[in-house]
Write a protein that binds this ligand. Structure first.
Ligand code: BGC
Length: 340
């Protein structure tokens, strides 16, 4: 086939699917470098397009807050954009960038992570993030059976300080773990417990690996002659991967690796669970969240109120959020097959 004919054929479907007058949604995701956001960015794009909406999808580069602020301003100024869906990098740093959207009354859906300090947000579509932390905390207790007579050594990792979700994961997990820490049934030998001591900036895998190395050196944990390490509360798979990288490098095997939690069911985590390096993760059904966003966009495009199931859990510092919370699910070796 001649090049011209091929080009014409490849352009045609685009012309027919992108509808000139359709409601257009600007979708911003925090980064393309983490499995979850890459998958969900394209997932929302497909879902919205299949329902006849136009979509402009952007990723925040290498977790670049100022790039995301510029993207928000550009899309808000674009007269073709009818609504924004924003998965923030730093939820506390977008209030300024959203002033244009606010003055134009452009509907904004805060996606997964809460945008704080502004009333420019119309809806919040997320998971029950407290429940994630609760599942992780309970899992550690179930696996370790810590008692005062048989105490267990654990370490704690917090997510990124600029992410409101991290507070919920940690807060609910600690509600489960704290009584055991207070009684001495759980021991944190590094002495690092508070968010300021345990956080991993921007959820970066390399930084979680580095912190694990530092803790090993500080406490003297080791697979054979070193101090015993029984469990690690890790809020997310991207952090667990860094921890596991360090532990393997330090000689841990599936025989003696501590019980490590996670979240997101990333390909890396599923492999680590199958092989026995990671004990659990959380499945956050992207489809459920995308359907929620789609319902919200449909309602907004018709000038109707969207279906929500929560108005009391999240307050962004300015208002109680009209939220829809999706359900997180525990995944371990016993049920991992459903995701493979
Ligand atoms: C999300 C988690 C994710 C983490 C790191 C959080 O805001 O809720 O699912 O693991 O960010 O990207």
């Amino acid at each position: 086939m001649k090049l011209k004919a091929v080009l014409a054929l490849s352009v045609l479907p685009v012309l027919f699917t992108s509808q000139a007058n359709a409601f257009t949604v600007g979708v911003l995701m925090p980064t393309q470098d983490e499995a979850r956001w890459y998958r969900e960015g394209f997932g929302i794009e497909n879902e919205l397009k299949n329902s006849g909406f136009n979509v402009e999808l952007f990723f925040g580069g290498d977790i670049d807050v100022s790039l995301q602020q510029r993207q928000i301003k550009r899309l808000s100024n674009d007269s073709n954009i009818d609504a924004l869906v924003i998965g923030s990098i730093d939820g506390n740093a977008l209030a300024d960038a959203l002033t244009i959207a606010k003055s134009k009354k452009l509907p904004v859906i805060s996606y997964d992570r809460l945008i704080t300090g502004t009333d420019a947000v119309t809806y919040y579509a997320t998971f029950d993030n407290g429940k994630v932390g609760e599942i992780q905390g309970k899992f550690l207790i179930d696996k370790l059976h810590p008692t005062v007579d048989d105490p267990k050594n654990i370490e704690i990792f917090y997510g990124s300080l600029d992410d409101n979700n991290a507070k919920f994961f940690y807060g609910e997990a600690m509600k489960i773990l704290q009584p055991y820490i207070d009684s001495g049934a759980l021991v944190i030998k590094s002495g690092e417990i508070k968010p300021e001591e345990t956080n991993i900036p921007s959820w970066r895998t390399d930084l979680s690996s580095k912190r694990m190395d530092a803790i090993m050196d500080k406490v003297g944990y080791g697979p054979e002659s070193g101090e015993r390490l029984d469990g690690i509360l890790s809020p997310a798979d991207c952090i667990s991967s860094g921890i596991i990288f360090t532990l393997k490098k330090r000689g841990y095997t599936v025989e003696n690796i501590p019980v490590i939690t996670g979240q997101d069911s990333t390909p890396d985590a599923l492999k680590n669970i199958q092989e026995g390096y990671q004990a659990m993760t959380i499945f956050k059904d992207g489809k459920q969240l995308q359907d929620t966003v789609l319902d919200m966009v449909k309602a907004i495009s018709k000038g109707q109120e969207a279906n929500i199931n929560d108005t009391t859990t999240y307050n962004n510092g300015v208002m109680d959020m009209k939220s829809f919370l999706c359900t997180p699910e525990l995944i371990d070796r016993s049920n991992i097959n459903k995701l493979l």
